[in-house]
Design a protein around this ligand. Structure first.
Ligand SMILES: C[S@@+](CC[C@H](N)C(=O)[O-])C[C@H]1O[C@@H](n2cnc3c(N)ncnc32)[C@H](O)[C@@H]1O
Length: 207
């Protein structure tokens, strides 16, 4: 049975800590490089959440906005512009309040599937970054997501985050494959082989 997500924003779970670190590490070099194109950028967080968790930690919108203001403050390129847009179906009021002091930011209340088309049409000829971070895999319609890149954009980049075990569960079901022991999917190779006692370096001599 699907887990209820009412308490998702009470406290950041360990996997969300890792996920959010990856987002921050990914975005910084992305914005630094993409500004070199000298074309404006639109960042869209398609499943934005509340902006902040109740334990005080930043959610993906604030992580991105802080990276954007750092990158813009350090950039030496003239006339840089980064707009951000945050789409959220349920926690709109909280999100809007958490982002109110950030300039160049649009908060959209509603579903990603219903709103992304217009947002992209309003942002043609720009560099587009889409962050897609739904709760589950059912929201991931790859045909629809793939179709988004068809507009006239200077570039489009997508960072997709999903639960791989959930994805495999749905994939197995779609192919009618029985998989009863879910733990098999989580099994990892043992990486704890003893280290060699001496280090060997082999140098290839030039002829
Ligand atoms: C996994 S949470 C996002 C967490 C957020 N990225 C973060 O790290 O802080 C998924 C969010 O998407 C919202 N949501 C669910 N279905 C949606 C849809 N179809 N369109 C837009 N938002 C949706 C949920 O209300 C929830 O806040």
């Amino acid at each position: 049975m699907a887990k209820r997500n009412n308490d998702f924003f009470n406290q950041k779970k360990p996997w969300s800590v890792i996920k959010d670190k990856l987002l921050g590490y990914y975005l910084k070099p992305y914005f630094q490089k993409i500004l070199l194109t000298k074309h404006p950028v639109t960042y869209v967080d398609c499943f934005a959440g509340a902006g902040k968790f109740n334990d005080g930690t930043d959610g993906s919108p604030l992580i991105a906005l802080k990276v954007i203001s750092d990158v813009l403050a350090q950039s030496k390129i003239a006339n840089t512009e980064i707009k951000s847009c945050f789409i959220e179906a349920h926690h709109y009021d909280q999100l809007n309040k958490n982002l109110e002091c950030y300039p160049n930011t649009q908060v959209v209340s509603g579903k990603f599937e219903k709103n992304i088309g217009k947002i992209l049409r309003d942002n043609l000829h720009r560099n587009i970054f889409l962050y897609i971070d739904p709760y589950g895999v059912k929201e991931l319609d790859f045909e629809f997501i793939g179709s988004l890149a068809k507009g006239s954009f200077y570039s489009m980049e997508l960072l997709l985050n999903f639960n791989s075990v959930g994805f495999l569960r749905v994939a197995f079901k779609a192919f009618g494959i029985d998989f009863t022991n879910e733990n098999d999917l989580l099994e990892e190779y043992d990486n704890s082989l003893p280290e060699p006692s001496a280090c060997t370096i082999t140098a290839n001599k030039r002829r």
